[in-house]
Design a protein around this ligand. Structure first.
Ligand SMILES: [Zn+2]
Length: 430
């Protein structure tokens, strides 16, 4: 019998999205998150191109948008040792869940369940059957010699969690996606306290190296976004369109309260309403056309042609507040601008990132005080510098012994149980 060791393998380092990784010890393996990179205009299946019906998974693997790993996908035998853990509902963390083997244990935070069920039942994101096990915050699951504890964090979707992964050899903390400028900063702070002194900290770093567009939209907290939306609901003279994302239930609830106070009826596209748990669904446009000042519509990019029917009056406003396109890197941005210009809509961005600001990332690392921090889910992992804490920038497709990462001499090897190809790693990922 060989000595059991703890290893860490990133299938995708999440540059900037699509993070997924294995922690293994002996015969046990835990997979954290299983989504697809969001890269419109760059990913092979983007800008309306979709995998072909009936061969979705094969197409995704061949295109490098799903990792080539054995023993976890439906249609082939489960390896009998891999358990899957989901940190939150966003598609870059969940979009491949539907393809998991039905036998693979699948765990997710219980507070995520309403959004998960809404996404599943509306067809927005079909989920695997069986759906898996919803776990309470702070609950611990044992997978062989690996223990995984859920520790809630604040993000822009309910039921987001980080994890503390304990093996006989090491304690590994993973932040999931988190922030400290949302409505519940105390959750992220409590996570940092709960994992204090972990050996490794796998830290999300989406905002590292982020260069804002010019002119830069204001840096808002979630509370400020909700106040801005309420103000727009009150002051907009024509139709108000808010392109928000239904998974951000708190923002939708805040917008709804602002609309109610301003005498506007809030109507959402059917899938977004299902994600948001909001009863007002956009149907017949006639009532909206007859009374634009009495309405606020959530419309996404694909609904832009509805403007042809709505003919919004002068003084109408389109607010980008969480729905794609997310910025100038998305070719959809200029198309959105063209539609708004054509129909005389004032286009505004009112948003608050779901991710920690750079200073808050450093604060979390300091509070946790790990022996080594691994910046992931970022374009610029090298931008994380915390005095007194060594950074290690993992590469996708390499299996590292955790003991080697801790000792400062990681060599790495090809991972066990892959088809010899790593998951897609974006240019510049390290
Ligand atoms: Zn997220």
């Amino acid at each position: 019998m060989t000595e059991a060791r703890t290893t860490l393998t990133f299938l995708h380092t999440g540059n900037p999205t699509g993070l997924k990784f294995f922690v293994e010890h002996g015969d046990s393996r835990c997979l954290f998150d299983f989504g697809r990179e969001h890269a419109p205009g760059r990913a092979l299946f983007s800008l309306g191109l979709r995998p072909r019906l009936g061969r979705e998974l094969a197409d995704l693997v061949a295109a490098g948008e799903a990792p080539a790993v054995e023993g976890v996908y439906a249609g082939e035998p489960w390896d009998g040792r891999t358990s899957v853990f989901i940190s939150h509902m966003h598609l870059d963390h969940t979009a491949l869940v539907r393809h998991l083997a039905p036998e693979a244990p699948l765990y997710y935070p219980a507070e995520m369940e309403p959004v998960r069920a809404g996404a599943d039942s509306s067809g927005y994101l079909p989920w695997r059957r069986p759906v898996g096990t919803a776990l309470a915050d702070r609950e611990t699951v044992t997978a062989g010699e690996i223990k995984v504890r859920l520790l809630a964090v604040d993000h822009d979707v309910p039921g987001s969690t980080g994890f503390l992964v304990s093996t006989p050899e090491a304690a590994i903390a993973f932040t999931g996606d988190c922030r400290r400028h949302g409505l519940h900063p105390e959750l992220t702070a409590a996570f940092a306290q709960a994992v204090k002194g972990a050996d490794l900290l796998i830290q999300e770093g989406v905002s590292l190296g982020y260069l804002p567009p010019i002119p830069a939209p204001p840096l808002l907290t979630e509370e400020e976004v909700i106040a801005e939306l309420a103000l727009a609901a009150a002051e907009t003279k024509g139709l108000l369109v808010a392109n928000c994302y239904g998974m951000n239930r708190e923002r939708v609830a805040g917008l709804a309260a602002g609309c109610a106070a301003a005498g506007r009826k809030l109507l959402l596209e059917a899938e977004m309403a299902a994600l948001a748990g909001w009863p007002g669904v956009l149907g017949d446009l006639e009532a909206v056309r007859a009374d634009p000042r009495g309405h606020c519509l959530q419309l996404g990019f694909d609904s832009l042609p509805l403007l042809l029917d709505l003919q919004p009056p002068a003084g109408s406003v389109w607010i980008q507040c969480g729905g794609p396109p997310f910025g100038s890197f998305d070719p959809g941005s200029t198309v959105l601008e063209a539609w708004c210009a054509r129909f005389g809509l004032e286009l505004r961005t009112v948003n608050s990132s779901g991710h920690s600001r750079p200073g808050d990332i450093v604060r979390t690392v300091r509070e946790v005080g790990p022996r080594v921090v691994l910046p992931v889910h970022t374009r610029a992992p090298e931008a994380l510098v915390v005095v007194g804490v060594r950074s290690f920038l993992p590469q996708a497709g390499v299996t590292y012994r955790v003991a080697d990462i801790l000792s400062g001499a990681p060599t790495g090897s090809a991972p066990r149980g892959t088809h010899g190809r790593s998951g897609r790693s974006s240019p510049g990922s390290r």
